[in-house]
Design a protein around this ligand. Structure first.
Ligand code: COA
Length: 580
């Protein structure tokens, strides 16, 4: 993924307002950016307000000439190259032949070109793509992008959850991972109260795997139920039909509040022409059976007739403009970190003390109002701004001891009371023996304290965003807002690992290597663990929302915070019983 800073393309003014003695060395104390040169006063007054916030600066300095920094940077570069290869593979769809059929024979636009027409701007800085690598390494093969592109992008300034089938991957049919991805898109829409836009071009269920797609609670039918429930919650549901909507797929547009269909290429029917012929002997064209004219003039299944795809996306955008929807809060100015985000790939999160170096490269001005610095120091907690948004940060710098977890629970409570989003930076080493985890702490202390933190995190209604920057081994993953604790978004760095325990622990823990057979068995288990704990394995299964490069983390967090700000917060946190 590329995250340059093209987001600042439109910046017209850049000004350095003042210097002060203590800032020399970093130079800029209060630079501000504005996208609107006509309103300098408003921008300046907001800047002045922000200037009153003077959190302390973190010391993020480090020696980048050391061999350990250089080695880590090299390692990260290799991972980045590998990651980029997978991303471009996923984004190129179902291959050359399928692309040819889709664009030349069927005369349809490729899904990424459709996104270009639909969104205000389509690039990595403006479209938060989710689960790009989902579908890789499935037991049934590699399914590029799980045949559906999902993400959050802006239409007329409003963040919308977008789901768009890729018709080049087996006719856009739904595999089990595709259904999971579609439901994840809807969940993002629900959690953040975003209008949902479905760009439909799908042959429905991938029939050879129908048993894993159709009948269960979290299978295909859930999509349709969600559309009705979300609509009742006043979360708009919009469909743009620019391909097939067959069988169950027919209900994606018809369950929507409003639907557009493209002449000649959009069709909606329960069974296609071959099925009709087999059942009744009647020969009928797809267009006559369920095309745009029929559904706009006769059946009323769709509301807007579009002569071509360009028109359909224009109409789709007009529908969003007519929603009277919320707009995100967009801070007009912020300080960049004093330390370069490009140094993040050189930091090994496993090195004690690295968490504050990471935070110093993520927060505005590298400023951080730390909470309980001396207590439970293996958990770093504090307030900061990221791209102008006030956040609470909870990051691991070692094992989650009893004191660290107690502090974490307290800090999460503070954020909930003050309605501040929380960023969790997971960095949980393999625990080894739980009894020697904290100084003088018993296993009971640790379990009780972690339960407390889990209660706080699970019940917290403020937006929660998790980034796994290092390892995430063992049940501390839950207290640090793992997937099961419903963060609004969860991303992993390419080097991150996730599992019950590390390969080393699982391979040798408690096993006596006393025979060749055991050795062989053990090495197979080790290999399997190594594969299964990797970020790629996790992302392929959609255990996370994607792999992001360390140097893009600040940019991604900024987008997530803007998205979560759109609806604001209505729900207040009610905590369960804390284990004391
Ligand atoms: N299950 C499994 N595979 C399917 C499929 C389905 N429902 N629908 C299409 N495919 C496969 C085709 O076999 C073909 O595979 P191949 O590339 O290995 O040859 C590939 O998807 C593309 O299909 P094709 O018909 O060649 O492409 P197209 O773009 O011209 O048409 C559809 C796409 C989806 C419109 C068309 O294939 C179709 O109508 N399929 C049947 C849909 C259906 O009946 N679904 C009911 C499911 S509930």
């Amino acid at each position: 993924m590329r995250f340059g800073f093209s987001v600042f393309k439109s910046i017209k003014v850049f000004r350095i307002t003042s210097f002060c003695k203590q800032d020399i060395g970093y130079c800029i104390r209060s630079r501000w950016y504005t996208t609107n040169a006509a309103e300098p006063e408003e921008s300046a007054s907001k800047t002045a307000k922000k200037e009153r916030v003077k959190f302390k600066r973190l010391d993020g300095s480090m020696d980048t000439s050391t061999s350990s920094y250089q080695q880590r940077s090299e390692y990260s570069k290799t991972l980045e190259e590998n990651h980029n290869k997978f991303i471009s593979l996923a984004r190129s769809g179902g291959g050359e032949k399928a692309m040819q059929r889709h664009t030349q024979v069927n005369k349809k636009l490729f899904v990424r070109d459709r996104l270009r027409l639909l969104l205000d701007e389509y690039c990595d800085n403006t479209f938060l793509e989710i689960g790009t690598l989902a579908g890789f390494g499935m037991p049934y093969g590699d399914i590029p992008c799980a045949s559906t592109v999902i993400g959050v992008g802006k239409i007329h300034g409003t963040w919308c959850a977008i789901s768009a089938n890729d018709g080049t991957v087996k006719g856009g049919t739904m595999y089990p991972i595709g259904v999971k991805k579609q439901l994840r898109c809807q969940e993002i829409g629900l959690h953040n109260r975003l209008p949902c836009v479905y760009v439909v071009d799908s042959g429905g269920a991938f029939l050879p795997l129908q048993a894993d797609i159709f009948a269960d609670k979290e299978h295909g039918g859930k999509t349709f139920a969600n559309e009705a429930i979300f609509s009742a919650l006043k979360i708009p549901q919009i469909a743009i039909v620019c391909g097939s909507c067959t069988a169950g797929g027919a209900y994606v547009p018809t369950m929507c509040d409003e639907a557009v269909i493209v002449d000649k290429i959009g069709t909606i029917f329960l069974g296609g022409p071959p099925l009709v012929r087999a059942a009744t002997g009647e020969k009928v064209s797809a267009e006559d059976l369920g095309g745009a004219t029929l559904h706009c003039k006769v059946s009323g299944c769709t509301d807007h007739f579009a002569a071509n795809e360009e028109e359909a996306f224009d109409v789709g955008r007009d529908i969003v403009a007519s929603l009277n929807a919320d707009l995100p809060s967009e801070p007009e100015s912020w300080l960049e970190p004093l330390y370069s985000t490009n140094e993040l790939p050189g930091i090994d999160p496993a090195t004690p003390g690295s968490m504050k170096k990471i935070i110093a490269r993520l927060t505005d001005g590298s400023r951080f109002h730390e909470f309980k610095t001396l207590y439970g120091p293996t958990l770093v907690t504090g307030m900061a701004f990221i791209k102008g948004h006030l956040v609470g940060i909870v990051g691991n710098d070692g094992a989650l001891t009893a004191n660290a977890a107690t502090k974490g629970a307290h800090f999460v409570e503070l954020c909930c009371h003050r309605q501040i989003p929380i960023i969790f930076l997971q960095n949980l080493p393999p625990e080894g023996s739980i009894t020697d985890i904290g100084d003088g702490e018993s296993m009971g202390d640790v379990i009780r304290a972690r339960s407390k933190m889990m209660t706080a995190v699970a019940c917290a209604k403020v937006p929660k965003i998790t980034v796994i920057v290092g390892d995430s081994f063992g049940p501390s993953n839950f207290a640090m807002c793992g997937r099961a604790f419903s963060p609004r978004f969860l991303f992993m760095w390419p080097s991150a690992r996730i599992g019950i325990s590390s390969q080393e622990e699982s391979q040798f823990g408690g096993v006596e290597l006393d025979s060749d057979e055991t050795l062989e068995l053990d090495s197979k288990t080790g290999e399997r663990f190594k594969r299964q704990v990797s970020a790629l394995y996790s992302s392929g299964r959609l255990w996370d929302d994607g792999i992001i490069l360390p140097q893009h983390t600040r940019q991604v967090l900024g987008m997530c915070l803007s998205i979560t700000s759109q609806h604001g917060q209505e729900e207040h946190t009610k905590f369960g019983v804390f284990r004391m």
